[in-house]
Design a protein around this ligand. Structure first.
Ligand code: NAD
Length: 358
């Protein structure tokens, strides 16, 4: 029976990346029935909202979604659709594997890390008060002179529940994927209550997995240095939302950049798969950007659906095409202006052909 999957085309380069990924996933032989829905800047003009109700309704029904990137205007305009989706559907865990593939240009060759990022709380909870607002004034009043009068305020909530479920997700991921260590990353020396709570809960959860998965802790600043110096020492990294956002991009950089960094947003019974990168709007409609990150996100979806054999075949085809270095997009060529670089659609064709060749 075909899997019913919600397909969100996104905006900017999203639709072309989604189309390439859809074709590759169908090329594995696994049957899908796509429920194609629109969210983002383009639908905003006609629907009056970047996240029409039918998008959430479709995901709630199908429980699995594949999503192209969506633009978030900076400073003003609507709140991030990406954040709203994760919050509305309580997709509390963002899993971002960062793995070196032979042939991808990078300073490092042997990275195999997984970032497990909390997705629903922290400074991304959307609890913010503008400068000079009554609410900001109230908080400034409670802060006994620690906050300047002309401050805007963003609140950082970290809960026991949120911390427990994300740390458990990291340990469960480690067990299911044969990983040896979980590292909790925070800044508990400065944020004693919020990040302190995160560590406290992480230690509790770690005790439940003692003897099966190792546990250690790093402060986020020291972790950044460790990762650029000795990324091979780390395995599964679990952290709050903001640190996870930043370290995901750092780790994507270790394995060759955003073009090859996939992601999965997982909740209790729903999952949404999307690349780490954004909508790269300057390349919109040019059939130019790298589909690998979204295709690898599709691979994570195949694994989630327990289509392990198809996932393994797809991973081999992707890695062969990259290693060969012929049918790859501009960003994977040693010279970014190399005229032999292929487009988004052609790289997908090469991956499909490789899978069919066996
Ligand atoms: P971006 O990831 O869209 O692009 C930054 C640069 O990275 C691009 O200019 C390009 O050089 C490179 N790049 C990104 N994806 C690539 C690909 N597939 N192949 C080759 N090169 C690629 O980041 P940005 O410019 O900061 O964000 C653009 C928009 O996307 C913003 O509105 C942002 O809010 C949004 N965004 C969305 C998501 C999401 O949908 N989950 C994630 C991040 C950013």
């Amino acid at each position: 029976m075909a899997y019913q999957v919600t397909l969100i085309r996104g905006d900017g380069t999203g639709p072309e990346l989604v189309e390439a990924t859809r074709r590759v996933l169908e090329g594995t032989g696994v049957a899908f029935e796509w429920d194609v829905v629109e969210a983002g800047v383009d639908i905003m003009e006609t629907a009056g909202t970047p996240l029409p109700d039918n998008v959430l309704a479709s995901i709630r029904k199908n429980k699995v979604a594949l999503k192209g990137p969506i633009t978030t205007p900076i400073g003003t305009g609507f709140r991030s659709v990406n954040v709203a989706l994760r919050k509305e559907l309580d997709l509390y865990a963002c899993i971002r594997p960062c793995k070196s593939y032979q042939g991808v240009r990078s300073r490092y060759t042997d990275v195999d890390l997984v970032i497990v990022r909390e997705n629903t709380e922290d400074l991304y909870a959307g609890v913010e008060y503008p400068v000079d607002s009554a609410e900001a004034g109230q908080i400034i009043g409670m802060a006994n002179g620690k906050i300047r009068q002309d401050s805007a305020i963003s609140i950082k909530p970290i809960s026991r529940t949120g911390s427990r479920q994300i740390v458990k997700a990291a340990f469960d991921y480690a067990i299911e994927n044969g990983r040896r260590k979980v590292t909790a990353v925070a800044k508990a020396n400065i944020m004693k209550y919020t990040d302190g709570l995160f560590y406290e809960i992480a230690r509790e959860v770690a005790r439940e997995y003692e003897g099966r998965v190792e546990y250690d802790e790093w402060l986020v600043d020291a972790m950044c240095m460790q990762l650029v110096q000795k990324p091979e020492n780390y395995d599964v990294l679990v952290m709050e939302n903001l640190y996870g956002d930043i370290l995901s991009d750092l780790c994507a950089g270790l394995v060759g950049g955003l073009g090859v960094a996939p992601g999965a947003n997982i909740g209790v019974d729903t999952a949404l798969f999307e690349a780490t990168h954004g909508s790269a709007p300057k390349y919109k409609g040019l059939n130019k950007v790298n589909p690998t990150a979204l295709i690898l996100s599709g691979l994570l979806m195949l694994k989630y659906l327990k289509e392990d054999e198809a996932a393994a075949r797809l991973e081999k085809a992707v890695s062969d095409v990259i290693a060969e270095g012929k049918s790859v997009t501009y960003d994977m060529k040693p010279d970014r202006n190399d005229p032999s670089a292929v487009g988004t659609a052609e790289m997908a064709d090469a991956i499909i052909a490789r899978m069919q060749a066996g």
